[in-house]
Design a protein around this ligand. Structure first.
Ligand code: ADP
Length: 583
């Protein structure tokens, strides 16, 4: 297979034609001065002729920001384009250019599959604790302020090369990758998943870079903004900081190293700060992963600067990192021979220099999506909501528990329109134990319904049936204790049947109808799981969302913001398997 890889900037398009299996490159080049002399469409249109001999089968597009939505490469359709567009505020310099490239390439190659490969996707499963900034969470959610991470194709590629060299799977390894180019970032890959990375909401956080500052006290930003204004501060931190800012020279480390050798104080300081920051991240990431098997250095600096590697990797013996300085000096890598081991024979942790190849990684991911069974993965992911135990009351129970004529008071809206969590809580009392302060959801319903997990049932000492909402006839008994009294219900306690709320339009898109049972798969959190017997509930007032309880979520290691993929449909909804979507 031959893949055309396109990396589109605002004024240029870099392209390569690659065989993803062998890594062989058949063509490469840069289309420049776009926007001035010719449009993206014209440039790519002309390229089609030049590349016609190559029998290209798919086009892979580098897209910088995939936001929270894209956890993998995807085939581009109208909906995906709109979602990339929606990420423009997160990457105002990059995503518009990427979109222009996609549109131009679609015009040039209307019959080929176009695949978007995101710099952020590899970090999409960062644990919540790693992706959260310690600020007001409502504000953070409203403005998508969270850590995303970048350089995913590079971190993924070089980590994989290291694993291959070690003769094992990434799933067996804890690896720290340092991509040290003009942009620089570190990544902690714990058993194949990115669990920490140094770039955050934007590529400005983390390591010292050619012209970017990396980590700063936010107070510094405020101070600078007061002194210089916002735009000047942004320019300063992105374009005039980092190695260039400290040294007062350019951003080229070679020049800085030469000046340092001649005694230039700024150059020496720049090198020291750069190395110190990188070493600090290695220690931090080893702690985050609770251990370390390999370190990988890549990017222009990581691949080429032996002195910088030595500075970064010194005094890490306590972690088991030990460099052979002769090997470090000799290290040389290329696309044909991409891995060089610089560890000493006594090192517990292996250290590799690896030539990164983001285009090849993009080509590989493109081939995987273009060649694979994409029907399933292309469908809109289903947001998953985790329901804690909760109570629905009827009028009579409300009166008995909280006083005649009392009303639920609003705590916060739930995702399904009209539903809300109330401030009121009750205790659940079973024959074996009691669960206190269980929240009541409003509004009041025609019948009481108490939804608990299997774990809760054990605490209470009751066997509750698994029921769909509203079907409480013949369910389990439970005692409720409120501030105004206690009532015993002969029925009402259930373990909720996992289900998906969706609109008629969603149902059409997924090819299902109300009452169908489907399967939903979740992956990427180290406890991949396919939920069977998921009930489809269709109503136009619903919002697309799958509801599971805390036991089900824990079984798949899911947290807020998780999504699943509809993988399988049993259209009749009676247990008979009618249609299987996945080959
Ligand atoms: P980009 O992020 O733009 O792709 P690269 O990965 O090409 O950047 O890295 C560019 C950086 O690598 C520059 O700072 C350059 O000084 C540095 N670099 C390249 N070769 C050497 C070398 N032999 N010694 C030191 N630094 C080098």
């Amino acid at each position: 297979m031959r893949v055309l890889v396109i990396n589109c900037g605002s004024s240029s398009i870099k392209y390569q034609v690659i065989d993803p299996a062998s890594g062989e490159r058949f063509a490469a080049g840069t289309l420049e001065r776009l926007g001035e002399e010719r449009s993206h469409e014209e440039a790519l249109g002309a390229l089609v002729g030049e590349l016609s001999e190559h029998a290209i089968e798919a086009v892979g597009h580098r897209v910088v920001h995939g936001g929270a939505r894209f956890v993998d490469a995807v085939r581009i359709d109208g909906e995906v384009l709109a979602a990339i567009e929606a990420c423009v505020p997160l990457a105002p310099l990059h995503n518009p250019a990427n979109l222009a490239g996609i549109r131009a390439a679609q015009a040039a190659y209307p019959d080929l599959p176009h695949i978007a490969v995101f710099d952020t996707a590899m970090h999409a499963r960062l644990p919540r604790r790693a992706r959260t900034y310690a600020i007001d969470q409502e504000l953070a959610t409203a403005h998508s302020i969270r850590r995303f991470g970048f350089h995913g194709s590079s971190h993924g590629f070089v980590a994989q090369k290291a694993a291959e060299t070690l003769g094992t799977s990434l799933r067996e390894l804890r690896v720290i990758t340092l991509h040290l180019g003009n942009g620089a970032s570190a990544c902690a890959l714990e058993f194949g998943t990115s669990v920490e990375t140094s770039m955050g909401m934007t590529p400005l956080e983390g390591l010292v870079m050619g012209t970017r500052s990396g980590d700063l006290d936010a107070g510094v930003v405020l101070r600078l903004a007061r002194e210089l204004g916002i735009d000047e501060t942004e320019h300063l931190l992105n374009k005039k900081s980092g190695l260039a800012g400290i040294s007062g020279l350019g951003n080229d480390l070679r020049e800085i190293q030469r000046a340092a050798a001649e005694g230039h104080d700024g150059a020496r300081l720049a090198i020291n700060v750069f190395a110190h920051r990188a070493r600090k991240y290695i220690g931090a990431y080893a702690a985050v992963m609770g251990g370390l098997d390999a370190i990988v250095l890549t990017g222009g600096i990581g691949e080429n600067s032996a002195p910088m590697r030595r500075r970064i990797l010194q005094r890490l013996e306590f972690l088991g990192v030990r460099i052979d300085e002769d090997k470090n000096q000799d290290a040389s890598v290329s696309d044909d021979d991409p891995v060089f081991d610089i560890s000493s024979s006594t090192a517990r942790v292996k250290t590799f220099v690896v030539a990164t190849n983001e285009e090849l990684q993009i080509a590989k991911e493109t081939a995987k999506v273009a060649g694979g069974d994409t029907e399933v993965s292309q469908k809109k992911p289903i947001p998953i909501a985790i329901s804690a135990r909760h109570v629905h009351l009827d009028r009579a129970a409300m009166d008995a528990l909280f006083g005649e004529g009392s009303e639920l008071t609003h705590y916060k809206d739930l995702s399904q329109p009209g539903q809300f969590a109330s401030n009121e809580r009750v205790n659940l009392i079973g024959p074996r134990g009691k669960i206190e302060r269980v929240r009541i959801l409003g509004p009041l319903r025609p019948a009481c319904q108490i939804e608990v997990s299997r774990t809760d049932e054990f605490r209470l000492g009751v066997d509750a049936p698994i029921r769909r909402s509203g079907k409480v006839r013949g369910s389990a008994p439970i005692t409720l204790e409120g501030p105004n009294g206690t009532i015993h219900l002969e029925e009402g306690l259930i373990c909720a049947w996992r289900h998906i709320h969706m609109t008629t339009k969603d149902a059409e898109d997924y090819g299902v109808k109300d009452g169908d049972m489907v399967e939903v798969s979740v992956s990427g959190r180290g406890r991949d799981l396919t939920f069977g017997d998921v009930l489809v509930r269709v109503k136009d007032s619903y919002r697309l969302e799958m509801h599971i309880d805390t036991d089900e979520a824990n079984a798949a290691e899911l947290s807020r913001g998780a999504t699943g993929a509809l993988t399988y449909t049993d259209v009749e909804g009676d247990g008979a398997v009618i249609q299987q979507r996945r080959a």
